[in-house]
Design a protein around this ligand. Structure first.
Ligand code: C2E
Ligand code: CA
Ligand code: CA
Length: 568
């Protein structure tokens, strides 16, 4: 930035000086700049009147400066008359004098705030936030310098610096278990005008050998209103290079709701103020819930920011958003503390849950427990392995003598379930599995239609929302390996028997918010009679090869004794 000074000897009226300043400021707008340059050009004027000549010139200039910084601080393109000493402006002025040097000498540090999966308590990612560690003043929070950097354009340099520091860090994590944790960096809207922006980022990522899909760029919502066209172009470019893109502070102001239809961003970050204000009222809660639901329908990830309390954790989880960033889990941490956090919160996120039913209803690590509903007593019978057990289901009226699994084991719209089923009495429409969602349900019926098994999906938002995937009937007194997958990305459901696809259906709408999971029955029909074991839940749609591999791993086990019927 350039500073010019005019000194006048007192023959001008105050009013006249103000008129000249106003004319200068207006004049800038009439110059025919390219629009991208124009957005970076502005004029701020500081005026100081009635100075006595026996004070040093430097003191007069300092007052002038101070007035000019006030003009800048108040939003540029204006003039301000010096009044009195103003401490905040003094700081702003110092910041501008020191910033270049501070960047060059490494005074800007990168702190990392963890993003956590609330269901598993595992690390999901991190956001890089800058801190100015000043040699005299100590740590300066971003609020003090970011707004100023946004006005004077220095933010562009800082953002690229932070981005590069993040790449360096990730490169130094090679071989560590948190090596591939995605890290997001804030990007100011000024970058939109830089034609080489995407290329610059890609070059930096390549320099350190960091895959672009482990780097995310956060762009705040307000940007979306002003620069829609530039933004769509830049987001497309970034995504074409593999970068992840998120909308930051969603819900903080003018909502970018409408733009979501044109911009395939990867993630929406719900603003912390929006959360704090809205989670106090019923209407506010409904809005948050709907935003989360809409994002899920659009296949956009949601991260909720500013989670500070257990109540907020519970509420947001119930809304179907599993990822949180907030003081409840961790503050922005200096790197060594972040590494400690990452080490504790294993990064290989647990997304599958295994209920062997081998004499107990727990997962092997006892972190999840299923419960028998009764009224009968829980019995076990021989399972699929030598000396292993399975739950013996004796049947009963609906919901009777079934096993209830904690609903959070399915926390993703895409999921898979694998189970071994041994029917003993064919009973039409009895369920081996029932997954109740807020918007519908999923069931597995070993016998449904005439000699067919059925994987049924109900979407209760539509009158005719019934989707059936039928395969051969599971004949009694034989162990069958039954798997289902639902892929929310392409809205496809698939049923497998003994590792082989038996049915596949496209355009099946996505159900949300799992409420209940029952094994061995449902709430409509008499309960299942027979045995079930080895129930596995995956929060991911397994592909053909994975299901086949899973099946092989069972039948190739040396203790496997069940004799699966052949499916062709
Ligand atoms: P942001 O991008 O919305 O970042 C999240 C802010 O929320 C951080 O403030 C973080 O400390 C704070 N926060 C996180 N969890 C909680 C919580 O549970 N409760 C409360 N009350 N606050 C929480 P921070 O680090 O002070 O940063 C403020 C803003 O400054 C950031 O807001 C971001 O917009 C900006 N900023 C920081 N570093 C950079 C940077 O390197 N580049 C750019 N362009 N902006 C940056
Ligand atoms: Ca952010
Ligand atoms: Ca934010």
């Amino acid at each position: 930035s350039k500073i010019n000074v005019v000194i006048q000897d007192g023959s001008l009226e105050h009013e006249k000086v103000e008129q000249i300043a106003a004319a200068l400021i207006d004049g800038i707008d009439t110059i025919d700049f390219r629009p991208d340059i124009l957005s970076l050009v502005s004029l701020s004027v500081g005026i100081v009147f009635d100075q006595s000549l026996d004070q040093p010139l430097d003191d007069i200039l300092a007052k002038c400066d101070s007035a000019m910084y006030r003009a800048k601080f108040d939003g540029k393109k204006r003039f301000t008359i010096y009044q009195s000493f103003d401490r905040t402006l003094e700081i702003s002025r110092n910041i501008e004098l020191e910033m270049e040097d501070a960047l060059a000498t490494g005074q800007f540090h990168v702190y990392l705030q963890p993003k956590v999966n609330m269901i598993t308590n595992k690390l999901y990612g991190a956001e890089a936030l800058s801190r100015w560690v000043h040699p005299v003043d100590g740590v300066r929070a971003p609020d003090l310098y970011i707004p100023l950097f946004q006005k004077n354009g220095f933010i562009s340099k800082l953002d690229l610096y932070v981005f590069e520091e993040v790449c360096k860090l990730k490169a130094s994590w090679e071989g560590k278990k948190y090596q591939h944790v995605p890290i997001s960096v804030n990007m100011s809207r000024l970058h939109l005008y830089n034609k080489h922006f995407t290329e610059d980022l890609e070059n930096i990522a390549n320099k350190y050998g960091i895959p672009t899909n482990e780097l995310e760029l956060e762009i705040t919502e307000s940007t979306f209103i002003k620069d829609t066209h530039e933004l769509i172009r830049v987001i497309d470019l970034l995504q074409s290079r593999g970068f992840l893109v998120s909308i930051d502070d969603f819900g903080s102001g003018f909502s970018a709701l409408n733009l979501l239809k044109d911009m395939a961003v990867d993630t929406v970050k719900i603003d912390k103020e929006f959360l704090q204000v809205s989670s106090n009222t019923a209407r506010g809660k409904t809005v948050i819930r709907s935003v989360i639901m809409m994002c899920r329908d659009l296949k956009i990830n949601v991260v909720t920011e500013g989670i500070e309390t257990k109540e907020q954790v519970d509420f947001i989880m119930r809304c179907g958003c599993p990822i949180a960033q907030g003081f409840y889990y961790a503050k922005p941490l200096p790197v060594p503390e972040f590494i400690e956090f990452a080490d504790e919160h294993l990064t290989d996120i647990q997304t599958n849950f295994h209920f062997p039913f081998n004499g107990s209803l727990d997962t092997p690590d006892h972190t999840k427990t299923a419960a028998f509903t009764g009224p009968g007593t829980l019995h076990y019978a021989p399972g699929i392995y030598k000396d292993s057990l399975a739950v013996q289901f004796e049947g009963g009226a609906m919901e009777k003598n079934v096993v209830e699994v904690p609903p959070e084991v399915i926390c993703n719209d895409s999921f898979s379930v694998s189970m071994w089923i041994y029917p003993e009495q064919a009973h039409s429409w009895s369920s081996a599995l029932y997954v109740k969602c807020e918007t519908g349900f999923y069931t597995i019926c070993p016998v449904a239609w005439e000699s067919h098994s059925d994987f049924r999906i109900r979407d209760s938002r539509e009158v005719n929302g019934w989707y059936d995937l039928s395969g051969l009937q599971l004949q009694p007194d034989i162990w069958w390996h039954y798997c289902i997958t639902y892929n929310a990305m392409n809205e496809t459901a698939t049923a497998f028997i003994n590792g082989v696809v038996v049915s596949r259906l496209e355009n099946v709408p996505t159900n949300h918010f799992v409420k209940r999971i029952l094994v061995g029955g449902d709430v409509f029909q008499p309960s299942f009679i027979g045995r079930i074991c080895e129930v596995r839940f995956y929060n991911d749609a397994l592909d053909f090869d994975e299901i086949k591999e899973l099946h092989q791993s069972y039948i190739n086990d040396e203790n496997f004794v069940a004799n699966p019927a052949m499916v062709s």
